[in-house]
Design a protein around this ligand. Structure first.
Ligand code: AMP
Length: 274
């Protein structure tokens, strides 16, 4: 596939129902625009679950039943991922823990953020507490966030660190997604996704690259998917309004990923392409 260069930093989020193909569109955008990189909040969480980190253990039960994990938890993951990649630079670095900062943090987050204390004995100050961040406008500092933010609170928290300049709402009718989900298989180690109707693995039940077995994700099962869809519909309303009011929301519709991709590429090229 031909690749294209960007003329400015693209800071993209994808909003769409579970199974709409956000991951597929992300992969395709990355191939076409190599300056882009992506972070998926679901993948970050699944890594933590697989590695049985304290955060993963807390998140697992919630994820299994299709509920969202706490905002404080996901924000911490994303902030770490953004800073590790150098897309976000804390102006003051992390602050040493003091009793006052602990109390302030607990108070401002309604006491819910009891996981603010890192294992290294430092508290990562939530961004709304005067934390200042810098980010680059260079095209190489471009990114796509898939699955984050999921609600208006997360969007506001992200905004206080780095402003999104295009929010892409990917829409496909729910019945079509439901049908597709029942045919979806993944290779857990790599995250490669297959679909037995339109993107079947070369050998049934096996990953094309490694030959390892494919599995169906627990949260792709029909009853869990319905519950995730409901969660999406409830939480995305505020999210869409948030980006609409900031003038960065763009909606793309189609019954399949292949229908959506060309529209997305054209608009993306128009906004960010060289
Ligand atoms: P996904 O792969 O994006 O559908 O995410 C899988 C699961 O991870 C979701 O059902 C949630 O339980 C959790 N999750 C992912 N992203 C978020 C987020 N931004 N906020 C809260 N929970 C999330």
């Amino acid at each position: 596939m031909a690749t294209s260069k960007l003329r400015k930093a693209a800071r993209i989020i994808l909003i769409g129902a579970p199974g709409v193909g956000k991951g597929t569109q992300t992969e395709r955008l990355l191939q076409r625009f190599p300056q882009l990189a992506a972070i998926s909040s679901g993948d970050l969480l699944r890594d933590n679950v697989r590695n049985k980190t304290p955060l993963g253990i807390q998140a697992e039960a919630l994820m299994k039943r299709g509920a969202l994990v706490p905002d404080s938890m996901i924000l911490r993951l994303i902030r770490n991922a953004l800073t590790t990649r150098g897309w976000l630079i804390p102006a003051d670095g992390i602050q040493p823990i003091t009793l006052n900062s602990m109390a302030a943090s607990a108070e401002l987050s309604g006491g819910a953020d009891n996981d603010a204390l890192g294992r290294d004995g430092y508290v990562t100050i939530p961004p709304e507490l005067d934390m200042e961040y810098r980010y680059s406008e260079h095209p190489d500092a471009s990114f796509i966030l898939d699955g984050f933010p999921r609600n208006a609170v997360q969007a506001t928290q992200l905004e206080s660190m780095v402003p999104v300049n295009m929010a892409i709402h990917v829409h496909t009718p729910a019945e079509i997604i439901a049908e597709r989900m029942s045919n979806r298989w993944v290779h857990p180690a790599s995250g490669r996704v297959y679909n037995t109707t339109f993107h079947a693995p070369k050998v049934e039940g096996k990953d094309d690259v490694t030959g390892e077995p494919l599995i169906q994700r627990d949260d792709d099962k029909p009853e869990v998917w319905r519950s995730r869809l409901k969660t999406f519909e409830e939480s995305s309303r505020g999210l869409l309004e948030h980006y609409e009011s900031r003038g960065v929301l763009w909606k793309v519709q189609g019954n399949s990923s292949d229908e959506i991709t060309p529209k997305l590429f054209a608009e993306f090229q128009r906004r960010f392409g060289l």
